[in-house]
Design a protein around this ligand. Structure first.
Ligand code: SF4
Ligand code: SF4
Length: 473
């Protein structure tokens, strides 16, 4: 794929992770990604093995504990502090290089599917399967989920000439892409003039020796972390050493109209945010009361059907209605453009709050169960003839924070997320309207939406939440 020269003018980045002595060299090294992927691939293999052959009780099995307690807690922390480090180290894409070589002359991903609709569907589908089949409680299903990921990633990479699995399908990737829009680092060019005079555009086109960007991002035009899996293939491919992993102003991506004004991208942000509420709702007592009430009203005890109704509303209907409704009201109050444009403009404002709710929820589980990994590992080793860290696993280990600390963490996270969303909303409205009165009017429906989401989140976190994935739960 050939691109024309860049049109953006940017100052040279003040901080570039790829210039940090030692680390930058490691990251740009040809096998640099493998250094991070290989250990995760070994861990994934052990998780699959233990999931299929180990203890049936979820809090005693590596597959369930590492997936549903540790992975989720660490991934949101990495997104917050650095960026899409999980996609960078993704073990599922370890066979990607081989698959991409197979796909060099492969088909292009169908034009009709070059959007986020499938990723949204699979993201919602995965969250639904998690609830309907209690994935968190089943080492066996969790192991097969990991296997399915490896197979799907390889097959789609091999069949198609770009990276459709990462860009258009992967539900984890969809989550990480949205989360990474608040991350402090972003791929960019060091010197726009060098890109302008660059003939080969190897960062995206690749060369005989190295692959270009798998998700077909063109470095000098990147303004968003959406679709960047942080593989750093662009940095390895650039013959002019002109790619930076640069620090950027907090929340700048969300305020500078970096996203395309598309239905799918806007609704991905809203689904991400409402799914944070829905996922937490699935673990508090009212969900069981609602299930019982629905079972009575509908005269059925089909739990999958009842959960499909509940989570269909929470994950799909609510974000669509809330987003389109807010855009419609915003347009009515301030006049102007099409609903899609207004929705696309303001949808980024919900991301900090949505991310904060996910963070609060995942860290509730991580901070209350992180140490469970010690007895689980001890038990795994003992079962395989190796005694480590003392002989008897201490199944009382779990929390790294006291119970009242957990609530403060949740409350603080939601509050910070709300304030960040508010700041983004205000900036977007100010950018869109010269008249400050019109800006306030345009942002009002979105402000109401943010307040509602924040209040619902705090309410959920005041309720007793299931301690999934740990013995004390
Ligand atoms: S290959 Fe390097 S210099 Fe050329 S366009 Fe890409 S980033 Fe710029
Ligand atoms: S821009 Fe493309 S090649 Fe560069 S790190 Fe992101 S996904 Fe990888």
């Amino acid at each position: 794929m050939t691109r024309t020269s860049a049109s953006l003018h940017r100052p040279a980045p003040a901080f570039d992770l790829l210039r940090v002595p030692g680390l930058g060299r490691l990251l740009r090294w040809r096998w640099g990604r493998l250094v991070f992927q290989a250990p995760l691939a070994v861990i994934a293999a052990v998780m699959i093995y233990d999931g299929l052959t180990g203890p049936k009780l979820a809090p005693q099995n590596l597959a369930t504990v590492a997936t549903w307690v540790h992975y989720r807690g660490l991934v949101v922390l990495a997104l917050l502090l650095a960026g899409n480090l999980f996609c960078m180290s993704c073990p599922f894409t370890l066979p990607r290089t081989l698959a991409q070589r197979l796909a060099r002359h492969g088909r292009r991903w169908p034009r009709a599917l070059r959007n986020k609709w499938l990723a949204i569907t699979l993201f919602v589908g995965l969250l639904f399967l998690y609830e309907a089949f209690d994935l968190w409680a089943s080492p066996w299903l969790t192991a097969w989920l990991i296997v399915a990921y490896f197979v799907a990633a390889f097959v789609f990479e091999a069949l198609f000439a770009e990276s459709p699995f990462c860009k258009y399908l992967c539900p984890i990737g969809a989550f990480n892409f949205v989360g990474s829009t608040i991350s402090p680092l972003q791929i960019t060019s060091r010197d726009a003039d060098v890109c302008r005079s660059c003939v080969g555009k190897e960062c995206v086109n690749g060369s005989a020796q190295v692959l270009g960007c798998g998700t077909e991002l063109f470095v000098p035009q990147i303004r968003s972390n959406l679709d960047c899996v942080l593989c750093l293939d662009c940095a390895r491919a650039c013959p002019h050493d002109n790619v930076a992993l640069a620090a950027r102003k907090p929340l700048s991506e969300l305020t500078n109209a970096a996203w395309p004004r598309r239905w799918d991208v806007a609704l991905l942000a809203l689904v991400f945010t409402f799914a944070a509420l829905g996922n937490a709702f699935g673990m508090v007592p009212p969900v069981y009361e609602l299930e019982a009430a629905l079972a009575g009203w509908l005269g059925t005890d089909n739990e999958v059907l009842i959960l499909a109704l509940i989570f269909g509303v929470l994950y799909v209907l609510a974000p669509v209605l809330a987003g389109v409704g807010a855009a419609w009201l915003s347009r009515g109050l301030a006049g102007g453009e099409r609903i899609r444009v207004v929705l696309g403009r303001y949808a980024p404002a919900v991301v900090p709050l949505g991310f904060a709710i996910w963070f609060a929820h995942y860290w509730f589980h991580f901070a209350s169960g992180a140490l469970t990994i010690i007895p689980v590992l001890q038990s795994f080793m003992i079962d395989h003839g190796v005694a480590l860290l003392g002989s008897a696993p201490n199944w009382r280990l779990g929390a790294i924070l006291p119970a009242n600390g957990l609530f403060l963490l949740e409350l603080g996270s939601v509050l910070i997320g709300f304030l960040a969303s508010l700041a983004v909303l205000r900036q977007i409205a100010d950018n869109a309207h010269n008249d400050s009165r019109m800006a306030r009017r345009a942002m009002t429906p979105w402000l109401v939406l943010l307040v509602l989401v924040a209040v619902l989140a705090v309410t959920l976190f005041t309720l007793p939440m299931e301690m999934r994935g740990m013995m004390t739960g």
